[in-house]
Design a binder for this molecule. Structure first.
Ligand code: MG
Ligand code: MG
Length: 259
């Protein structure tokens, strides 16, 4: 069942999602070789709580931390650890969720650590661009399949593959609501988009093959071939003429502003 949001509820969702954007911005100041993923997690938790919100992922289905941090061949849902240290040349996807005023925020960004190869940078730029291409279809009258098809065509035309096992989703009083929003699909198929719908669009794009597996920790998803993966996510409200992006990358340090 798709829960439509009122204008007032969309403003509350914006508040929660803007806080996610500010948290990603705060974290971006600390992303460099030598910091552990658990240190980043603590910075985010403190920042969210000091802004009168609570971490959205902590204890969600038993997830143990504030952030999902996924290095290199980890696709999503990596668990922060004091033993996991960022190193020069890594790429690190940081997925952050908040709950504020009863509504969820959900957004993710993939950061570079030090200097990364041109090949990896191209993967990041393509994935980020595909997110915005998908958002262009987040309009009343299109269907969910139009978003997925756009992302898939854009990434596959550049030699990358789309992860199928994990998808975007509706966002509201629950973090994962209907509809599911795959990053692949057929034009003109799936649920019709209409004003009042709020969805997270989150391409997960692999440099190698699309296949992934889940580690024994019950969370971490990795590429089967060990090649890197990128992940960018915005929460958006469906618009009549333009999608309304409720989350933001505006606070992220300009070091990471790749286009
Ligand atoms: Mg997310
Ligand atoms: Mg999400």
């Amino acid at each position: 069942m798709i829960v439509l949001k009122t204008k007032e509820e969309i403003e509350l969702l914006r508040e929660s999602n803007q806080l996610v954007g500010k948290t990603l911005g705060e974290l971006s100041k600390y992303i460099r070789p030598g910091i552990s993923t658990l240190q980043l997690d603590k910075i985010a938790e403190e920042f969210i709580r000091s802004n009168d919100a609570v971490p959205g992922f902590l204890n969600y289905n038993g997830f143990p931390n504030t952030l999902c941090i996924s290095l290199n061949d980890k696709v999503v849902h990596g668990i922060p650890s004091g033993r996991e240290i960022l190193r020069d040349g890594d790429v690190v996807s940081v997925d952050c969720g908040t709950v504020k005023n009863g509504f969820y925020g959900d957004s993710a960004y993939t950061f570079t650590v030090g200097e990364v190869s041109d090949e990896v940078m191209k993967l990041l730029v393509t994935t980020k661009t595909s997110l915005y291409k998908g958002i262009e279809k987040a309009l009343e009258g299109y269907r969910v399949g139009d978003i997925g098809n756009t992302i898939q065509q854009y990434c596959e035309a550049r030699g990358y593959t789309v992860v199928r096992e994990l998808v975007g989703h509706g966002v509201g009083r629950k973090m994962h609501e209907d509809p599911q929003v795959p990053n692949y699909g057929k034009r003109g198929q799936g649920p019709m988009l209409r004003e009042g719908m709020v969805i997270a669009i989150e391409p997960m794009i692999n440099m190698g093959k699309r296949n992934v597996y889940q580690e024994n920790d019950g969370w971490t998803v990795r590429t089967r071939d060990g090649k890197p993966s990128a992940h960018f996510e915005h929460t958006v409200a469906i618009g009549k003429n333009k999608a309304d992006i409720l989350s933001t990358f505006d606070y992220i340090d300009e070091r990471f502003n790749y286009n």
